[in-house]
Ligand binder design. Structure first.
Ligand SMILES: C[S@@+](CC[C@H](N)C(=O)[O-])C[C@H]1O[C@@H](n2cnc3c(N)ncnc32)[C@H](O)[C@@H]1O
Length: 308
């Protein structure tokens, strides 16, 4: 977990807890949860960091891969003393998304519940939004996060826009939306390679449609689609922010080799912080995106966000 992710998430949770006084639980929907790299630490630290608010935390962990969800659920039970609240049942062959079960732990200052939702890549955004709301009695969630965002795995500009819109719509207007995809400073060579192929009309049958679309090979030699965001991220954010909400971008990580030590991560964090101070809340230009590896688009309904 990157320091910038922790800082950004804790600040947002603080704003949400202040601006949304009830119901009792702060509900956090994580889209593309994976194994919960960022969200699990937040959930486990919630009672200590936010216990004074007298609120509980309910995480809705959504991913199209059941492998990560299953692994995370077992870890909560085995290593962190969570109980199975609704028995966990993953169906690796399911053709549509479903709620796979929940785990829960009652801490002294807060109860933390994690509900695992196994989606299907074929589900449309409306279905996913409905599924997430169903976990919360049909209501909106207090916070939505998407770290190293799964939005990047969705081919097609209009489909990505529909999913972004869904993430915004399921989030309480007074709550916090945080979508953190990789941006133009990431995968620079691959972007160039696929841009050239697209301009040479050498992408027949592939979902390569616009700048930033790439296909990369995984370690298991599987071809994966990925969209690197640029000014389209700012545009999506603007389109999904209303009067009374504040919307801005923050860098989460600047381009660097993989971190081999905590010191390298901290050095990157210091440069990331300096970048954010320099840019402030002004709209990002294309060149700003080129300086950054991962950015977070934030929409806050909190009055505190407008003044900070
Ligand atoms: C780069 S990983 C990030 C995982 C995690 N958020 C993190 O920061 O470590 C992207 C995740 O998106 C999931 N994913 C891929 N396509 C998706 C889709 N259409 N809807 C939701 N999740 C998806 C993948 O299974 C994977 O877990």
């Amino acid at each position: 977990m990157l320091t910038a992710e922790t800082v950004s998430l804790r600040r947002a949770a603080f704003r949400a807890l202040k601006s949304l006084p009830g119901p009792r639980a702060l509900v956090l929907f994580d889209f593309g949860y994976g194994t919960g790299r960022v969200t699990n630490e937040f959930a486990l630290d919630f009672p200590r960091c936010f216990g004074d608010f007298g609120r509980d935390l309910h995480v809705v962990a959504y991913d199209v891969s059941a492998v990560g969800l299953d692994k995370a659920a077992r870890k909560f039970i085995k290593e962190y003393d969570f109980d199975e609240l609704d028995p966990l049942s993953f169906d690796m062959t399911a053709e549509a998304g479903y709620v796979a079960g929940s785990v829960r732990r009652i801490f002294d200052s807060a109860t933390v519940t994690v509900t695992f939702v196994h989606g299907s890549e074929g589900d449309d955004s409306g279905f996913v939004g409905g599924l997430v709301r169903s976990v919360n009695g049909g209501g909106t969630v207090s916070m939505t996060t998407s770290w190293y965002s799964a939005l990047a795995h969705i081919p097609g500009q209009s489909r990505r826009a529909a999913f972004f819109e869904m993430l915004a719509a399921v989030t309480d207007p007074g709550g916090e939306l945080m979508v953190a995809p990789s941006v133009l400073g990431d995968l620079v060579d691959l972007q160039k390679q696929w841009r050239e192929r697209r301009l040479e009309d050498d992408v027949a049958g592939l979902p390569i449609e616009v700048g930033g679309d790439v296909i990369y090979e995984t370690e298991l030699a599987q071809s994966n689609f990925w969209h690197v965001f640029g000014p389209d991220l700012w545009q999506l954010l603007q389109e999904n922010a209303n009067l009374g909400q504040t919307a801005w971008l923050e860098a989460i990580r600047l381009p660097d080799e993989e971190f081999r030590s905590r010191a390298e991560e901290q050095a990157n964090f210091r440069r990331t912080r300096a970048f954010n101070r320099r840019i402030g809340r002004r709209p990002w230009r294309e060149d700003d995106f080129r300086e950054v590896h991962t950015a977070v688009a934030i929409r806050s309904g909190s009055p505190d966000a407008a003044v900070s």
